[in-house]
Write a protein that binds this ligand. Structure first.
Ligand code: HEC
Ligand code: HEC
Length: 261
């Protein structure tokens, strides 16, 4: 099983990390080696590396939903700020071919060339994601009673749940949620919780983006055994997850949040 290697990495991470935790803000564990899984050939396009400056102009059409800098205000639209060029280019190619099914994005992607996709990807990759705040409400009942909501997600993110075959998310998406810029492993940190929860629910139901050689069934396997509560907890943990040093706007965001009881 390919996940056995990831679980090995997760165990190493678990042994080496300390759990200093503040309420509401989420402190990433130390940076670790990426898990040794095969690199995914992302977009199958002949384009060269994107040009962020050219991409800025081309991304104007996306601003209404995704925000000018990729920090969408409306949580139904995913944040693209800080997302990796190859990941963005891959998703745009999949929308265009219909292999990732979304009527809105089919319309926007269908006019883009492979080079446009790389340029737009490079532009959003050059922006910084503005994270949100994780939900630290204490859970009243059930298997996770008395734990803070985001802590349920944090534990899964860092260590997975070997008994249920859930690998540690950070093995691929990084301790601070930055993913891996050189590969198709996306940044997750700071993403709207609603978007992440929808994606995880769809993955759990077997959604795979891409067909044949483009198919990447990893996440369908990862999410297969997550409960609804675990999905919501992961999503809120991820919304607050960020590299503190890298996110100057985070404190302003935290100040604007309602007081925590
Ligand atoms: C009318 C609103 C709208 C506009 C305009 C729009 N998008 Fe989207 N975009 C969406 C929605 C909704 C989704 C989520 C679709 C899904 O769940 O697959 C999305 C998803 C995406 C994703 C996948 C993000 C991820 O994390 O996997 C990318 C990349 C993307 N859009 C890029 C663009 C680009 C580039 C443009 C401009 C050329 C653009 N979008 C314009 C609504 C929009
Ligand atoms: C073995 C590596 C690996 C592991 C472990 C992993 N992921 Fe992923 N994840 C990926 C890859 C690769 C993609 C992109 C899939 C694609 O492009 O088809 C992805 C995509 C996602 C997305 C969609 C991102 C977006 O912007 O649309 C979410 C959400 C996600 N993963 C959450 C998680 C969570 C939560 C966990 C832990 C429970 C996890 N992942 C564990 C590799 C991994």
């Amino acid at each position: 099983m390919k996940f056995s290697r990831i679980l090995g990495v997760a165990a190493l991470l678990a042994a080496g990390s300390t759990l200093a935790q503040e309420a509401a803000t989420v402190t990433p564990a130390p940076e670790a080696e990426a898990a040794p899984v095969a690199t995914l050939e992302a977009d199958n396009t002949p384009a060269t590396w994107g040009d962020a400056q050219a991409g800025a102009g081309k991304a104007a059409a996306c601003a209404a939903c995704h925000g000018l800098d990729g920090n969408s205000a409306d949580p139904q639209y995913p944040k693209l700020a800080g997302q990796h060029e190859r990941y963005i280019a891959r998703q745009l190619a999949l929308y265009k071919s219909g292999e990732r099914n979304n009527a809105i994005m089919l319309g926007f992607a269908s006019t883009l060339s492979a080079q446009d996709m790389r340029d737009i990807g490079a532009y959003f990759a050059s922006q910084k994601v503005v994270p949100g705040v994780a939900d630290d409400t204490v859970i009243a009942s059930g298997p996770n009673a008395d734990r803070k909501f985001f802590e349920v997600g944090q534990r899964l993110y860092r260590y997975g749940n070997p008994d249920q075959g859930v690998p540690a998310c950070q093995a691929c998406h990084g301790p601070d949620g930055r993913g891996n810029p050189g590969s198709a492993w996306p940044q997750l940190g700071g993403q709207h919780a609603g978007y992440t929860a929808n994606a995880l629910t769809a993955f759990r139901d077997g959604m795979v983006w891409g067909k044949d050689a483009n198919a990447n069934a990893l996440m369908a396997g990862v999410a297969g055994n997550l409960t609804d509560e675990e999905i919501q907890a992961l999503a809120t943990y991820i919304e607050g997850l960020h590299n503190v040093a890298d996110a100057p706007a985070a404190e302003a965001v935290a100040d604007a949040a309602p007081p925590q009881g």
